[in-house]
Design a protein. Structure first.
Length: 291
């Protein structure tokens, strides 16, 4: 990662963290922590690891056309990747797990990165689904302007981006020979001759990683698995909520889950500091939860 990208991410995190914590006194944060029922966190941790296992299965499923790697072997690699996301900025953990997979299973990094990008696209589609499903309820609480208007705009732009990317990748997967011809032509036109061969090699391995999208059935399976993953994630938040003195509906937590995870696509400091907190607080505040 370039130094300027790190500092931009850090600045964005600081800005979001300021929005999340402005106006709060230390004792307003400390009191809920003192009275929390921490035993609710134990099943939350259990749900989290079940979710990681399902993510490992999804990655195993996406990689099958390249190499069959058991979910048991994938689980620690996925866990390492998510650890990396909390240590390094800009979701560098995604690249980390591709590198670890290359060392352990000899799968090209570019091919495994293609499957990781597919994961992120399907995750984005599910998050947008959560947002659209629950926006009407939020609109009745906050009106149709201000915060809710911004979320609607974000969701519409996000839909175009995620569905557009999904369409491009599915077409490239279903028509690999045509996609290869187009890519070769673009490389010949836009890249200097000395790097064409190397770039083409990387891109062709990347295309190989899209093989799991060659049929609607395969894509549907990835989508359904992604829905299960994010419902488990919402269930984790529901359990953690019970450790504190507030209650909102499961659907409200689905909306919060969707918005905060779309927000964490913004470059930030390690652990999504700020980009996770500010949107989550905004959603819960709209439902009447004290900041």
């Amino acid at each position: 990662m370039k130094r300027w990208q790190f500092w931009v991410g850090l600045a964005l995190s600081a800005g979001f963290l300021y929005l999340a914590l402005r106006g709060l006194e230390i004792n307003e944060i400390w009191e809920p922590l003192k009275s929390a029922r921490y035993w609710w966190l134990l099943p939350g941790v259990g749900i989290y690891f079940i979710g990681v296992w399902v993510r490992a299965w999804r990655w195993h499923y996406l990689l099958r056309p390249i190499k069959s790697v058991s979910t048991k072997k994938m689980f620690p690699i996925v866990a390492i990747g998510y650890m990396g996301n909390n240590i390094y900025p800009a979701r560098a953990g995604e690249v980390l797990r591709a590198v670890v997979l290359k060392r352990k299973e000899e799968i090209p990094v570019s091919a495994s990165l293609a499957t990781i990008i597919i994961e992120r696209i399907f995750d984005g589609v599910v998050m947008l689904g959560f947002v659209f499903l629950n926006l009407p309820e939020l609109a009745t609480l906050t009106g149709t302007s201000g915060f809710i208007g911004n979320i609607q705009t974000l969701a519409l732009w996000g839909s175009g981006a995620f569905f557009g990317a999904l369409a491009v990748f599915m077409l490239a997967a279903m028509f690999p020979e045509r996609a290869e011809k187009i890519i070769i032509k673009l490389i010949q036109v836009f890249l200097p001759e000395k790097i064409r061969e190397k770039v083409l090699e990387i891109v062709l391995k990347f295309l190989k990683g899209l093989a799991s999208l060659r049929s609607p059935k395969e894509a549907l399976m990835v989508l359904l698995t992604s829905i299960v993953i994010w419902l488990l994630e919402t269930g984790k938040y529901w359990l953690v909520m019970h450790a504190f003195n507030f209650r909102v509906s499961f659907f409200a937590l689905m909306l919060m889950n969707g918005i905060v995870n779309l927000a964490t696509t913004i470059p930030s400091a390690p652990g999504y500091v700020g980009t996770f907190d500010a949107p989550g607080i905004a959603v819960l505040s709209a439902y009447g939860v004290e900041q």
